[in-house]
Design a protein. Structure first.
Length: 148
């Protein structure tokens, strides 16, 4: 795991029992009279030749508390079993990708900072650019609100 808004080189091609990586995002409360209609995670794969997996990867909420300075494999936070979205067809390197997320599931998390984990059960890796990359390459959580 990495700190707030950070997603360094993410390796998600391993069982969820390993230490998955994922970004943290501050989630704003819904504007008055509005509800969350859609959500998606946008990201860019790294330029490494192994950055784009053939396998799919799940995006799940992190349910346990953690801090960047203290997290290790042995102290990793717990993950929800609820899958918010799935990353598929992200096999091209240095390419922008997007994965839709369940707006209904995220709606209850609006307001605080939320961490997401990217997990996989396949044998290959998903390597995503981090928040330390240029602004155009950073992972983003895109939320769309609409009338109630």
């Amino acid at each position: 795991m990495n700190g707030p808004g950070r997603l360094r080189r993410t390796r998600a091609g391993f069982p969820a029992s390993a230490c998955p990586s994922g970004p943290r995002f501050p989630l704003p409360p819904a504007p008055t009279g509005r509800v969350l209609r859609s959500a998606r995670l946008t990201f860019r794969t790294s330029s490494e030749s192994t950055a784009g997996p053939a396998d799919s990867h799940s995006i799940v909420p992190v349910t346990g508390a953690w801090t960047e300075s203290a997290v290790t494999h042995n102290t990793r936070p717990t993950l929800s079993t609820s899958v918010l979205g799935t990353i598929t067809a992200a096999s091209a390197v240095s390419t922008d990708h997007s994965a839709g997320l369940g707006a209904t599931a995220l709606d209850g998390a609006l307001g605080p900072v939320t961490s997401l984990a990217v997990t996989g059960s396949g044998t290959d890796s998903l390597r995503i650019r981090s928040s330390e990359a240029t602004a155009a390459c950073r992972p983003q959580l895109v939320l769309t609100f609409g009338d109630e």
